[in-house]
Ligand binder design. Structure first.
Ligand SMILES: Nc1ncnc2c1ncn2[C@@H]1O[C@H](COP(=O)(O)OP(=O)(O)OP(=O)(O)O)[C@@H](O)[C@H]1O
Ligand SMILES: [Mg+2]
Length: 457
C-alpha cells in the first residue's frame, strides 16, 4: 500500500460519518469503523464480501448501494431508521454516490450521518420543557398568572358587572368562556379569575390554539406515550401539567373540530388519555377558553362545534370593546401615563383637550392594547410636561373617526333606513317573490307584506 492511500484511509477512518464502498460487483472494498459501529459488525466480517451475503435482510432493490451501482445516479440525503445486529435503533441520513475514475464507473460509496444523538437531544429538550412546566415549585413564576382584578381598570358599568360576575365564578371550578375583541383585556380577565380562585397556588397554563399545527396541538394538550408514533416519548400533556390549576385555551375556534370533540369529552368526565395509551387519567383542571369573534358566529361559520359551544356557554363573559366604553379612555390614559412616567423617567402631568377629543372619536380597532401603545409612543417622544397632539402617531391623526363613519342622528331613522335597504336587497334577490324574500330575511311573509305596504306609502 502506498503512503497516499494509507493517508486517505486514515482520514476516512477518523471522520464522524460512516463510509461504505462497494465495487462494480457489489463487493465491499472499504468500510470504516463508524460504519461498523452503526451496523454492529466487525470490519473483517464485511470487507471483501458481497453486500447481500453480509446483510441478508437487504436485496437488490432495497439496498441503496446496489441501486446506485445499477442506475449510476446519486441518491442524496435519504433518512433511514433501522435496528442493527444488537437491536440498537439507528437513525441516519445517507448520501450514496457513483464513483468514476477517468470516466469509468468503478463502484459506489455510501456516506451515512448518524442523527440519533440530535434526535435524542431534541426529545430531551421537549421533556425538560414539560418538566419545567410540571414540577416547578412555583409554576406561576414561569408560566404564571400575574394579573388580578385590581389591574383591570374600568369605570364602565357593563364591564364592572362583568368583573363582578367573574369574581363570583372564580370561586367555583366551572368552565368559563371569555369573549372580546382583540386587545380588550381577555388575558387580564382570565389570569385574574385564576388568581382569585382556590387554585391560585396551582399552575396557570395558557395555550393559544392558533399557534400550533393540528397534530402538535393534540400531543401538547393530551401528552404521548413511547412508541405511539415514530419518535414519541412518554410525555405529559398540558391537561396533566395544569392539574390542580387552570388551563387557558385561547382562540379555541382555531382548534380543529375533531380535537374540539375530544376536549368536550374531557370537560364532561375529567379524564384524559395520552396519545397511544389505553389508560385514562383523572385530572382536576379548570378550563377557561377565549374567543375574539362572537361565539354564536363561530358556530354558524363551522369554526366551533355546537355541542362544545353549549357546554362552554354555561358561563360566558363578554368584554365590551373600547369604543363602547368611552368613559374608560381618559381613565386609562391617566393610568398609562402614570405607568410610563415611572418607567421612562418622564414628568407628564397634563393631556391636551385636542388629544382627548381625538381619542373620543377614534374607532379603536386594537382596543386597550392600541391605546397603551399610542401613549407609550407619545411618552417616548415627549420632552415637556404636556401630552399634545403632535406627539401622536400619524395614522391616528389621519384616521377616520367614529363621528365621520357614523354621523349621530335619531336611532329610529337609522334603523328604518337599514330595514328598507335590507328589504329592497331581499326583494331584488328573490326577483320580487315575497315568500322567498321573507325567508331570506327570516321574518314571516305577513310581516314583510305589511312592511312593504308601509314603505310604499
Ligand atoms: N382594563 C384594562 N386595564 C389596564 N390594562 C388593560 C386593560 N385592558 C387591557 N389592558 C392592557 O392591554 C393589553 C392587551 O390586553 P390583553 O392581552 O388582555 O388582550 P386580549 O383581549 O387577550 O387580546 P388578544 O385577543 O389580542 O389576545 C395588555 O397590555 C393589558 O395589560
Ligand atoms: Mg390574548
Amino acid at each position: 500500500m502506498q503512503i497516499g492511500e494509507e493517508l486517505v484511509i486514515a482520514i476516512l477512518d477518523s471522520i464522524d460519518e460512516a463510509i461504505h464502498v462497494i465495487n462494480e460487483e457489489g463487493i465491499t472494498i472499504f468500510y470504516n469503523q463508524v460504519a461498523a459501529d452503526h451496523d454492529g459488525l466487525h470490519r473483517e466480517e464485511v470487507l471483501g464480501k458481497h453486500l447481500l451475503e453480509v446483510f441478508p435482510s437487504l436485496n437488490e432493490n432495497s439496498s441503496t448501494l446496489l441501486e446506485v451501482n445499477r442506475t449510476k445516479q446519486p441518491i442524496y440525503h435519504l433518512p433511514q431508521t433501522y435496528k442493527n445486529k444488537w437491536g440498537k435503533l439507528i437513525d441516519t441520513v445517507n448520501t450514496t454516490l457513483p464513483i468514476k475514475i477517468n470516466g469509468t464507473f468503478v463502484g459506489s460509496v455510501e456516506i451515512g450521518k448518524d442523527y440519533s444523538k440530535i434526535k435524542d437531544l431534541s426529545n430531551k429538550l421537549m421533556d425538560l420543557q414539560s418538566k419545567v412546566r410540571g414540577v416547578s415549585k412555583k409554576p406561576n413564576e414561569i408560566y404564571g398568572a400575574k394579573y388580578t382584578f385590581h389591574d383591570i381598570m374600568t369605570k364602565n358599568e357593563r364591564f364592572n358587572l362583568v368583573k363582578q360576575q367573574a369574581t363570583k365564578v372564580a370561586k367555583s371550578s366551572s368552565t368559563v368562556l371569555v369573549y372580546g375583541e382583540t386587545g380588550t383585556g381577555k388575558e387580564l380577565l382570565v389570569q385574574s379569575i385564576h388568581n382569585e380562585s382556590q387554585r391560585r397556588q396551582g399552575p396557570f397554563i395558557a395555550q393559544n390554539c392558533a399557534a400550533l399545527p393540528e397534530s402538535l396541538l393534540e400531543s401538547i394538550l393530551f401528552g404521548t406515550v413511547k412508541g405511539s408514533y415514530t419518535g414519541a416519548v412518554d410525555r405529559a400533556g398540558l391537561f396533566e401539567i395544569a392539574h390542580g390549576g387552570t388551563l387557558f385555551l385561547d382562540e379555541i375556534n382555531s382548534m380543529p373540530l375533531e380535537l374540539q370533540s375530544r376536549l368536550l369529552r374531557v370537560l364532561e368526565d375529567g379524564m384524559v388519555r395520552r396519545i397511544g395509551s389505553p389508560k385514562a387519567l383523572q385530572v382536576d383542571v379548570r378550563v377557561i377558553v377565549a374567543l375574539n369573534k362572537y361565539p354564536s358566529e363561530c358556530v354558524k361559520t363551522g369554526e366551533l362545534r355546537p355541542d362544545l359551544y353549549y357546554r362552554l356557554n354555561v358561563f360566558s363573559l363578554e368584554i365590551p370593546p373600547l369604543c363602547e366604553r368611552l368613559e374608560d379612555i381618559p381613565y386609562l390614559v391617566d393610568h398609562f401615563i402614570g405607568l410610563y412616567n415611572h418607567s421612562f423617567q418622564k414628568n407628564i402631568s397634563k393631556v391636551d383637550d385636542e388629544v382627548l377629543e381625538l381619542f373620543a372619536s377614534y374607532t379603536w380597532p386594537g382596543n386597550v392594547r392600541e391605546l397603551k401603545h399610542i401613549i407609550e409612543h407619545a411618552m417616548i417622544m415627549a420632552d415637556g410636561t404636556t401630552l399634545s397632539k403632535d406627539l401622536l402617531p400619524n395614522h391616528l391623526i389621519d384616521s377616520p373617526t367614529l363621528a365621520s363613519t357614523l354621523a349621530l342622528r335619531p336611532l329610529r331613522e337609522a334603523v328604518q333606513e337599514t330595514e328598507n335597504t335590507l328589504i329592497s336587497a331581499a326583494m331584488k334577490k328573490s326577483g320580487g317573490n315575497i315568500n322567498q324574500a321573507a325567508k331570506l330575511l327570516e321574518i314571516p311573509r305577513q310581516t314583510l307584506q305589511y312592511k312593504l305596504q308601509k314603505k310604499n306609502h
